[in-house]
Design a protein around this ligand. Structure first.
Ligand SMILES: O=c1[nH]c(=O)c2[nH]c(=O)[nH]c2[nH]1
Length: 319
């Protein structure tokens, strides 16, 4: 058996560490809710091949570290920074752990607007879930070239951002052959659930100098870089505005415009990946009762199709 196979890849850790953190600025509170995945790689082969657990940082400990960092990290409110802080701590604390992979999914908690003195104001400590959209960050922290040479690769973006437009979308001139039944339309509903991920230029992280390996220093917040806290909001805005404003020739063409703009607006972003299901809404044929609901300008009643859907994805990279 042994000579027929070898351990070619090993990575382990804790998934779905759920954490809600409250940050109090007097009576003005901030909350974030994260689902954290933290995985490790390193000199851990013997735990698989020799049943030697002495190299295993228990996944329970990884969970405890995640909660401890959620308590002590000054960067908890920004998922990119918290992911980097956690990953940097993990590879610095354990000499035999060379890489950490942290994924954070942030759930939405938006301040409840409350009327006071005739004005609508966001509430100081009350929030509501205004959608299933999640902000998603992945950080790969690599100390395999030495504990003083930590390199990070970060992506960020959103998943499950559901959008729809009722016109301003066409689909014509596609390849026609014996399999084609789709009719050309110059006006249709366009709906998708956006998964967006943009990758920042890889960068070095200074090694923590303190004994507990908890130090994490943020460099200058260069616009358009990983440290610019405005990037997520602008990428989301570009996605929504391009979708709304584009006279769409196809999902593919609209996707390309969104991604090009994000690359152009953010010098620290190397590539942008969108995955866009084409969530079909089909006009209901009412010819049987003498009603025209099929001519695009007369189509008013649509049937949402759960499946199948198109699935259009692409990565647009900086030259
Ligand atoms: O925007 C679209 N892209 C496609 O590739 C496609 N294919 C299809 O059937 N409808 C559409 N719409």
């Amino acid at each position: 058996m042994a000579e027929l196979s070898y351990l070619s890849h090993a990575r382990y850790g804790k998934d779905k560490v759920r954490v809600l953190r409250v940050v109090r600025e007097g009576s003005w509170h901030h909350v974030v809710e994260y689902n954290v995945l933290a995985l490790l790689e390193g000199d851990i082969d013997v735990s698989y091949t020799k049943a030697d657990n002495s190299v295993v940082v228990a996944t329970d400990s990884i969970k405890n570290i995640t909660y401890y960092l959620a308590k002590v990290s000054p960067h908890i409110l920004i998922p990119e920074r918290f992911a980097l802080h956690l990953g940097t701590h993990l590879v610095s604390k354990y000499s035999h752990i060379h890489k950490a992979f942290v994924t954070i999914e942030q759930l939405r908690w938006t301040r409840i607007p409350v009327e006071s003195d005739g004005q609508i104001k966001p509430h100081a400590h009350s929030f509501y879930r205004d959608g299933d959209e999640k902000r998603v960050v992945t950080a790969e922290i690599d100390a395999s070239a030495g504990k003083n040479k930590i390199v990070a690769k970060v992506t960020a973006g959103v998943n499950d951002l559901l959008i729809l437009k009722s016109t301003g979308s066409a689909f014509t001139n596609f390849l026609r052959d014996e399999y084609t039944t789709l009719v050309e339309v110059d006006d249709r509903i366009f709906s998708t659930s956006v998964d967006l991920s943009y990758a920042f230029t890889q960068f070095d992280i200074p090694a923590p100098k303190d004994d507990k390996k908890l130090e994490f220093i943020i460099p200058k917040e260069e616009p358009g870089s990983i440290w610019d806290p405005k990037v997520p909001e602008t990428a989301r805005k570009v996605t929504l505005e391009t979708f709304a404003e584009d006279d769409s020739a196809s999902v593919q063409a609209t996707l390309y415009k969104m991604a090009q703009k994000i690359v152009a607006d953010n010098s620290g972003i190397q590539s942008v990946t969108y995955t866009l299901p084409n969530k079909h809404y089909v006009p209901v044929d009412m010819k049987y009762i003498g009603v025209d609901n099929m001519t695009p300008s007369k189509a008013e009643v649509f049937q949402p199709l759960a499946a199948p859907s198109g699935l259009i994805s692409a990565t647009i990279s900086r030259k």
